[in-house]
Design a protein around this ligand. Structure first.
Ligand SMILES: Nc1nc2c(ncn2[C@@H]2O[C@H](COP(=O)(O)OP(=O)(O)OP(=O)(O)O)[C@@H](O)[C@H]2O)c(=O)[nH]1
Ligand SMILES: [Mg+2]
Length: 205
């Protein structure tokens, strides 16, 4: 399988939307609670140990991190700062909320969002908030329930069903999967889906 994710390269970290690269081409953003496993999922997707930094202390990804895909950076992966980390000063938290909100509302090249949630605790109030920010624009949405290695298979299927139902109740049309960065489970499903997203993106054919 052609896999551009293997050749992803860190481009820049942006503390403000204005610092992002020009808003053309196609981007896929990863969002989720602090410590949910976003960076680990991106590393697994790209088959790299340390593309996106994996934090010991939650809340380490403080900027919008941009990774360019071959051949020319017109396709990009975006690691959004995690939300919901309690031990952050309120002003900092408000800044992140604005940053993420503005990015999701305004970014024209954003094709779809991958929402990463810990399978032991999906669909928190903060996840719902984020999903509401997304709502005005027609964007693709894929929900990844990660750390599936932490629960039994039964529990994993149960959480998958519950989460699907909650998304439907919110009127959201999303695809879902279980995932483990640790066991590398679900990685190929994620790669396949995101490749389809990029292939279907406007301006690419
Ligand atoms: N068991 C298990 N642990 C995981 C998995 N994915 C991530 N972790 C662990 O969860 C912690 C947080 O992972 P990160 O990938 O840094 O999470 P993040 O969402 O990027 O966190 P921030 O950038 O701080 O918001 C780390 O200790 C990871 O090793 C997984 O699939 N299974
Ligand atoms: Mg991170």
């Amino acid at each position: 399988m052609h896999n551009p994710f293997r050749e992803a390269e860190f481009l820049l970290g942006a503390a403000r939307v204005a610092q992002l690269p020009p808003d053309s081409g196609a981007e896929i953003a990863f969002a989720g609670r602090s410590n949910a496993g976003k960076s680990s999922a991106m590393n697994a997707l790209c088959g790299r140990r340390a593309l996106a930094r994996v934090s010991r202390t939650p809340g380490r990804t403080q900027e919008i991190n941009v990774f360019r895909l071959p051949p020319d950076g017109q396709q990009r992966l975006i690691d959004l700062p995690g939300y919901g980390y309690a031990r952050v000063p309120p002003a900092q938290r408000a800044h992140w909320d604005r940053l993420i909100g503005q990015y999701l509302r305004e970014r024209q090249s954003l094709v779809g969002l991958v929402l990463i949630m810990d399978i032991r605790r999906p669909m928190t109030d903060l996840d719902r908030n984020l999903l509401q920010w997304l709502a005005p624009q027609p964007r693709l949405l894929h929900v990844v329930l990660t750390k599936a290695d932490k629960v039994s298979r039964n529990e994993a299927s149960r959480q998958l069903l519950l989460t699907r139902r909650k998304l439907e109740e919110m009127g959201l049309n999303a695809t879902l999967q279980t995932f483990s960065a640790l066991k590398r489970e679900g990685v190929e499903d994620l790669q396949g889906l995101l490749l389809e997203w990029l292939d279907r993106a406007p301006g690419e054919d």
